[in-house]
Design a protein around this ligand. Structure first.
Ligand SMILES: [Zn+2]
Length: 71
């Protein structure tokens, strides 16, 4: 599935109505479990967003976006 196809599915009325309320929470849980904090000496970094080239603090932008929408 491409990125565009996934966005279209999420926005689709037919797709939404064929799922239960548990479905979006299961999807959110899968994303949150990927973006878990790895504790360092003085802070935490996101295990998913951090790479050899870049250290990304936890909470990363993905977690912040989820927190913002759930607030
Ligand atoms: Zn992350």
């Amino acid at each position: 599935m491409t990125y565009e196809e996934l966005l279209a599915d999420i926005a689709s009325k037919n797709y939404r109505e064929s799922r239960t309320l548990d479905t979006p929470y299961a999807a959110l849980n899968a994303v949150v479990e990927l973006h878990k904090p790895l504790d360092m000496i003085s802070s935490s970094m996101c295990s998913e967003c951090t790479s050899d080239e870049e250290t990304v603090s936890y909470p990363c932008e993905t977690i912040k976006a989820i927190e913002q929408e759930l607030a």
